[in-house]
Write a protein that binds this ligand. Structure first.
Ligand code: ADP
Ligand code: MG
Length: 620
């Protein structure tokens, strides 16, 4: 029988060009596509063998063999799979977007088969990716079915193909790619090996490159968690994270319903250098049906879990024709929720585990120091979905514990002194600045505990934590503070005259001047309005070059302080011209204490004048 010229059964040439140049962004993937087809063919024949005893024999151990001929500029892929009959070759290779694999699968289902092989092919376009690198593709194939003859199928990807008789003793398919001149790079063994390892390392079947195994085939994450050794898992982590240190925590999960997903995720011991680089790649590596789909599938985890490294593998993830993740589908959302809940649960177990004697710090502390800021970000963004899981993972320092001692809200709450009925906190630039805050004075005196919040994200984050197990969180610098049980001091000045007068004097600077219940040592302090923006928030927004208006705060005076007592006496005696510069300096003093002086020159002038007066008075 002579060669028969046949036309592709589709809108041919344009469609082929589209396929070849538009669907795939990276032409390396031709190899992934052809290897996936070979693996499918091997899966199918294994399945057929269950019901057919007279199949055409394979060459030896079933495998996929890739060989390179540098002289002839060809790459050949040979498999011992199910092969194709003449009709199948015409339909499956000659019809774009016809997937013989999908049909195989659907027919089995229609026949009510109990099980079916887990095939990779579905779109019926992968085969054409070979024309990205080849001028001519030659397929010699023989169906595994007993009386089928071998057939040769060739095409130059230009709209026609030809089929003719061929010789082949064993079942299976041999595909020869005659490389384009601009694709001879694929004749390099190392290059092919690298591509095979990257995309097709975990197929069900061994791939041999020029006789040597090119895949390791061990998809650790698909194995039972109890059977995976730390060494193997750490090895996987190293290859994913390029980190010489082992991970702090490994989360290995395998879920069957409602969606099938297997994953192995790692929490590193320290911050990756590019954690806050918005350009950095994020997300776990994604495999679907054992084929690498994406090095960084960022949609599979929330952004605030971007510090995790690992692999996610699911047969249920929807892909488009070029095998990209279809992001906004319920399946992807569901997998993201499953993964997130599980990671948070494992972190909780890790954090709750009692500290071992040999450890001077709990190992969770290091995780918190490296990634706590992201967990806070998570609480801020996803409180509704993951708030309950995140809250127990949060850690805080307090003013009455040593620097570096991290405590959970539960343990802080459990240790509160009698009478303290709120979780008070102070926000500041640093632990030192927080400890210097005049707002802490009354709390120190009462022996109450104050949380120190010094991360830039804290201002945003803490505003979303309204309470912890029914106990409110409150800022020490906000609102009118009533700590109750003030012991009546004899030396307390009556500020009913001074305060309104100073309010008028400083009307451009402050919202009001009032008596303080929070100061014991400092003469005055500025207090955030109950509903306004805090001074720390303003500082942060300014640092981020945001345009923030001036929000006025309250100046609180300590009636027991000598300066305030003297000032009140001066005012009440009608000596307001002498009181005025001192009152202004008192306001300056409050600004200095919290480090927010804006008019330094004015302050220096007022100070000089005062020193001059004081010196003159001393001489007199
Ligand atoms: P898909 O793999 O998505 O089905 P492809 O374009 O990659 O689409 O392949 C089309 C069809 O050609 C496959 O479904 C299969 O029926 C057939 N085929 C391709 N390669 C082989 C092979 N090595 N052995 C047997 N059949 C194959
Ligand atoms: Mg395919």
């Amino acid at each position: 029988m002579s060669d028969e010229q046949l036309g592709f059964k589709a809108e041919v040439q344009q469609l082929l060009d589209l396929m070849i140049h538009a669907v795939y962004s990276n032409r390396d993937v031709f190899l992934r596509e052809l290897l996936s087809n070979a693996a499918d063919a091997l899966d199918k024949v294994r399945f057929l063998a269950l019901t057919h005893s007279d199949l055409v024999a394979a060459v030896g151990e079933p495998s996929v063999r890739v060989t390179v001929d540098k002289e002839a500029k060809t790459i050949t892929l040979e498999d011992d799979g199910v092969g194709m009959t003449r009709e199948e070759a015409i339909t499956n290779l000659g019809t774009i977007a016809h997937s013989g694999s999908r049909r195989f699968f659907e027919e089995l289902k229609a026949q009510g088969a109990e099980s079916a092989p887990d095939l990779i092919g579905r779109f019926g376009v992968g085969f054409y990716s070979s024309f990205m690198v080849a001028t001519r593709v030659e397929v010699v194939t023989r169906s595994a079915l007993a009386d089928a003859a071998a057939v040769r199928w060739t095409s130059e990807g230009n709209g026609t193909f030809s089929v003719s008789e061929a010789e082949r003793d064993h079942r299976g398919t041999t595909i020869t790619l005659h490389l384009r001149d601009d694709a001879v790079e694929y004749l390099e063994g190392w290059k092919l090996r690298q591509i095979i390892k990257q995309h097709s390392n975990y197929l069900n079947w061994t791939v041999l490159l020029d006789g040597e195994p090119a895949t390791s085939g061990k998809a650790l994450w698909r194995e039972a968690p109890s059977s995976v050794s730390d060494d193997d898992a750490n090895e996987l982590y190293r290859s994913l994270a390029f980190d010489m240190e082992p991970p702090a925590l490994r989360v290995h999960l395998s879920v069957e319903s409602p969606l099938q997903v297997a994953a192995m995720l790692f929490v590193p011991k320290h911050r990756p250098y590019d954690l806050f680089n918005p350009e950095a790649d994020k997300g776990p590596r994604l495999y679907v049906r054992r084929v690498l789909i994406d090095e960084h599938a960022k949609d599979l985890l929330p952004d605030w879990l971007r510090f995790l490294r690992g692999v996610v593998d699911s047969d249920d993830i929807p892909l488009n024709v070029s095998r990209e993740l279809v992001q906004k589908t319920p399946a992807v959302r569901q997998i993201r929720t499953t993964l997130t809940k599980r990671v948070l649960k494992e972190l909780r177990k890790f954090a709750d585990r009692p500290r071992e004697e040999a450890e001077d710090k709990h190992p969770y502390d290091a995780v918190w120091e490296a990634f706590g800021v992201l967990l806070k970000e998570g609480y801020y963004h996803d409180k509704l979905t993951f708030g309950d899981e995140l809250l127990p993972l949060l850690r805080f320092q307090t003013h009455n514990a040593d620097a570096g001692v991290w405590q959970s809200l539960a343990s802080i709450k459990a240790a509160l002194p009698e009478g303290q009925d709120a979780l008070w906190y102070v926000t500041a630039e640093s632990r030192e600045a927080a400890l210097r805050s005049p707002h802490l004075e009354a709390f120190r005196k009462k022996g109450w505990t104050v949380l120190l919040l010094t991360d830039p994200v804290d201002e945003w984050f803490i505003s979303t934590v309204e309470d912890f197990e029914g106990m409110p969180l409150k800022s020490v610098s906000r609102g009118d503070l009533q700590l109750g049980d003030e012991e009546e001091s004899q030396d307390k000045a009556d500020l009913t005259g001074l305060a309104p007068w100073m309010s008028t004097l400083l009307v451009d600077e402050v919202a009001s001047v009032r008596t303080s219940a929070r100061l014991t040592e400092s003469p005055a302090a500025l207090v955030d309005d109950e509903h306004g923006m805090s001074a720390n928030m303003e500082r942060l927004l300014r640092a981020a070059r945001q345009d923030v208006g001036e929000s006025k705060r309250h100046l609180e005076l300590n009636p027991s302080h000598p300066i305030v007592r003297h000032l009140a006496a001066l005012h009440d005696a009608g000596r307001t011209e002498a009181a005025e510069p001192l009152a202004r300096l008192l306001y300056d003093d409050a600004l200095l204490l919290e480090g927010t002086v804006k008019d330094a020159a004015g302050l220096a002038r007022r100070l000089s004048a005062l020193i001059e007066q004081a010196a003159a008075a001393a001489l007199a």
